[in-house]
Design a protein around this ligand. Structure first.
Ligand code: TLP
Length: 348
């Protein structure tokens, strides 16, 4: 019997469960560029309802949702303020510059989260030499911040400070569902402080494709036009939107299992010689740990040989992400494998 791979590379690897595939197969569809796809319309309405925003638009990816927001909020030459580890800055292939002509200026937050004072310090005076800061972008939960959740009050303070200076706020809420489950704070309670929010259905929620951008009616109308321009206008995409709708209805509460498994993994590896992790930093479904004396890549290739997949985010840093693809027993198995490999590195 072939051994099942324990895939902890990302929660993006989640595959549709059989019931989800069933609703996808039976989805009612139409041409969404004409606004005729009833399943997409339902998904957009439901998403807007949960986030308590006027409107939402379905898009192929989280990257497109974020970049539509950047495009809508800024003009070429404008500047975006965001944390130094933000996904928009790190992992979107330079899109703010390429697609919107916007530059990024970063704030050195703590685990992706910064204070109102840090925001205020980063502001530039009005001066013709300087770029205009038009947009502040927050990420909740914060990916490279270790899956950290923004404290609501701090988020509100930062957003109020931005709005008071005519700066719009976008929230990359790819994992807002995880933030909400971990904190007990409704998604809408985060979303009410920001002008736009992107959410992903294709991560912990387990849908195969898709994200959404939500905001005011006027903002989303503008985003629909840019979605077309960016090549994101889809046709009978109700097939995939049905998976997202299923995920929204059925998979939000199960994220707690992923959080429990992440904690179990962090607790399991924290005392292994050669592994360093801050277990207090594990708030949701992401676990980061440092390895030494081996490099992250050495560790990853040994793990892969043993059927455990993770990714490196720095020369000595590894990221593991829990999802519906990995159960509690598999976390135990992964911990034991890490233990064995780390011991090998110490004797060799
Ligand atoms: N993150 C992916 C990779 O791109 C790193 C992952 O495996 O975590 N915002 C955040 C906070 C994200 O973590 C991601 C994906 C996105 C946006 C982009 O979503 P997609 O991959 O749908 O474009």
């Amino acid at each position: 019997m072939t051994q099942k791979v324990i895939d902890l590379r990302s929660d993006t690897i989640t595959r549709p469960v059989p019931e989800m595939r069933q609703v996808m197969a039976n989805a009612e569809v139409g041409d969404d560029v004409f606004g005729d796809d009833p399943t997409i319309n339902e998904l957009e309405n439901r998403t807007a309802e949960i986030l308590e925003k006027e409107s939402a638009v379905y898009v192929p990816s989280g990257t497109m949702a974020n970049q539509l927001a950047v495009r809508c909020h800024t003009q070429p030459g404008d500047e975006i303020l965001l944390d130094a580890n933000a996904h928009i800055f790190w992992y979107e292939a330079g899109a703010p510059a390429a697609l919107s002509g916007a530059s990024c200026r970063v704030i050195q937050g703590r685990r992706g989260i910064f204070t109102v004072d840090q925001f205020l310090e980063a502001l530039r005076p009005a001066n013709i030499h300087l770029a205009t800061t038009r947009l502040l972008a927050l990420e909740n939960t914060h990916n490279r911040g270790g899956g950290s959740v923004w404290p609501l009050e701090q988020l509100a303070q930062v957003c109020d400070a931005a709005h008071g200076r005519d700066i719009s706020v976008h929230m990359d809420g790819a994992r807002i569902w995880n933030a909400s489950i971990a904190s007990g704070i409704a998604e809408a309670d985060y979303a009410r402080h920001v002008d736009s929010v992107s959410v992903c259905f294709s991560k912990g929620l387990g849908a195969p494709v898709g994200s959404a951008l939500a905001g005011s009616q006027e903002f989303i109308e503008k985003a629909r036009r840019f979605r077309k321009q960016f090549g994101g206008g889809m046709r009978q995409a109700g097939i995939i939107a049905a998976g997202a709708l299923y995920a929204l209805h059925n998979h939000r509460s199960r994220l707690k299992d992923d959080h429990d498994n992440a904690r179990k993994l962090a607790d399991g590896v924290k005392n292994i010689p050669g592994i360093h992790t801050d277990t207090d930093a594990v708030e949701t479904n992401l676990v980061y740990f440092d390895v030494e004396p081996m490099s992250a890549n050495e560790m990853l290739s040994r793990l892969a040989q043993a059927g455990v997949l993770m990714i490196a985010t720095a020369p000595n840093t590894i990221r593991a992400v829990t999802s519906l693809e990995v159960n509690s027993e598999e976390i135990d198995a992964a911990v034991n494998i890490i233990k064995e490999i780390a011991a090998d590195f110490r004797v060799s």
